[in-house]
Design a protein around this ligand. Structure first.
Ligand SMILES: Nc1ncnc2c1ncn2[C@@H]1O[C@H](COP(=O)(O)OP(=O)(O)OP(=O)(O)O)[C@@H](O)[C@H]1O
Ligand SMILES: O=C(O)C1=C[C@@H](O)[C@@H](O)[C@H](O)C1
Ligand SMILES: [Mg+2]
Length: 167
């Protein structure tokens, strides 16, 4: 069993929003590893960062991604930083991975003050710039296709992903 497709990209790229709409269009389930982690931990992501720290969160995330890749056959969205783990990048090999790219201007506009996103709680613009610079090569490395989302509506992004999946 494998997901129809896996969505990766930075915070604000629209993995959750686009993923839900894409799953609805395909008539399959949607799953988001951020929500799986919250269900397992029994608390929201910001509280995991506060109580146990980012490293612990990354461990939970690696397990959540591996579990979903092995047991889920719908549209799967990963957390923005999931691709930081080498094991996760390796586990994505052989899957259909769509990189939803977003540049700084649109990403900042979409995440606002970073509510619910602990890494962006302070100075979201500078932090996002750093995250994008650090992660762009990693998203590109795992992706089988890239869909640019800047200046495009969720519907336009979904349509492009659907046309990629039909190929
Ligand atoms: N193509 C788009 N155009 C405009 N706004 C969008 C688009 N896609 C998503 N958004 C908006 O941007 C915000 C962030 O989207 P979303 O939560 O789906 O991002 P994400 O990639 O899942 O982020 P995270 O990595 O933090 O989970 C939401 O308010 C959403 O409505
Ligand atoms: O970009 C990141 O590192 C994160 C993105 C979110 O999806 C969550 O997984 C968490 O807030 C960390
Ligand atoms: Mg999300």
């Amino acid at each position: 069993m494998a997901p129809v497709c896996v969505l990766v990209g930075a915070p604000g790229s629209g993995k959750t929003t686009t993923g839900r709409a894409l799953a609805a269009a395909l008539g399959v389930d949607f799953r988001d590893t951020d929500q799986d982690i919250e269900a397992t931990a029994g608390k929201p992501i910001p509280e995991i960062f506060i109580d146990e720290g980012e490293e612990h969160f990354r461990t939970l995330e690696q397990v959540a991604v591996a579990t979903a890749l092995a047991s889920f056959d719908g549209v799967l969205a990963l957390g923005g930083g999931a691709i930081l783990a080498e094991e996760t990048r390796a586990a994505l090999a052989g899957h259909t991975v769509i990189y939803l790219s977003v540049e700084l201007t649109d990403a900042v506009r979409r995440v606002g003050l970073g509510v619910g996103r602990p890494l962006l709680a302070i100075n979201p613009r500078a932090t996002l710039k750093h995250l994008l610079d650090q992660r762009r090569p990693l998203y590109e490395q795992v992706a089988t296709s890239t869909v640019a989302t800047d200046g495009r509506s969720t519907e336009q992004v979904v349509d492009e992903v659907l046309s990629i999946l039909k190929r």
